[in-house]
Design a binder for this molecule. Sequence first.
Ligand code: C5P
Length: 402
Amino acid sequence: MLQGRRIVVGVTGGIAAYKAVEVCRRLVDAGAHVVPVMTAGAERFLGRTTLSALCSEPVQTSLWNEVSPIPHTRLGQSADLVLVVPATARLLGAYAAGLSTDLLTNTLLATRAPVVVCPAMHTEMWEHPAVQHNMQVLRSRGVHVVEPDEGRLAGGDIGAGRLATPDRIVAVVEQLLGPHDMAGLRVVVTAGGTREPIDAVRVIANRSSGKQGYAIAAEALGRGADVTIVSTVELPVPIGAVVRSVETAAEMQAAMNELAPTADVVVMAAAVADFRPVDRAQGKLKKAAGPPQIVLEATPDILAALGAAKPAGQVLVGFAAETSDLVANAEAKLRRKNLDLIVANDVSAPGVGFQHDTNAVTLLCAGGDATTIELSDKRQVARAVLDSVCVIRNSPRGASPS
Ligand code: C5P
């Protein structure tokens, strides 16, 4: 998502400086070229070597003693985005006042790229009128602020001022820099496995973790879409997504009947049970009564129904988790359910599908195109899925007719 984008990450001298390491790592993973700059204060909290090792270039710290005699404005001029994480009260004050005292403040004043600051400090400092005034000044100039969280601070105090999580920070960067090829599109993604009750405590479930669905949601948000996740699981909600919690196939179908008709893109990443108990026993079945006879019935095929009622122009994506004849089975489903794209994975292969952080898939389009994605992070798979969705939307024939 951030392929080829140049991000200067400024690290200032707060105890949260160590968290900048994780942010940089994630930006590099997303394809960004990350240029780290540390202030003198940051060096008291974090070793240069750690940050240099994880970024795309060695750390720079000074206006004066770096080997190449680059002008002090070059970093800011060449950046696609400048991110300050954490941003101390001193840095925010200097930036608001237009003071240029070190390489980072020079960079901030010399850039016309978007700037994101992630304040982190003790509650008393964060709430001080001088700091709040500086924040107001910076916001009014268009600086993006990733507001601090409330939580435990250094020294054991609890309050506002804790650095936002790497998830939130990276999501803001992705929303600013990612390709906006899905801007304004309404995307509905289902995620997780359904649970069909047997009695008051037992369910028929499956091994789906919901990670692939959530990765698709995060990727769509980064590309500018409005995203709703219809979810059976509790995973960290990607910033900006709306979550609709459901448990059974029937509940998921009710949610999809409501949401799908107005969606531009529907991705059924959920593992929906194919069968459910005909009757749900009242209370808990007693062990002493012996093994129960559980009679099953078919659940509604949500995706097939969505395919049958697909509005013109909607791109409908299904998943096919298979253990044999991957492509043949997936192709048959693609046609039977009137899909535009199917994501087929061989869930018997190591590291693939349910519960893993990685996946390996074959993408099959209604038009006949096939793309294979070797074992990669689920976020990368999500990127490939949405790349295909965008190709389908932009192709002359668009989504296949309903
Ligand atoms: O036919 P099969 O169940 O393998 O198809 C998988 C695809 O269909 C997935 O996208 C899944 O979300 C969807 N599905 C559904 N309703 C069902 C079963 C599967 O929407 N009852």
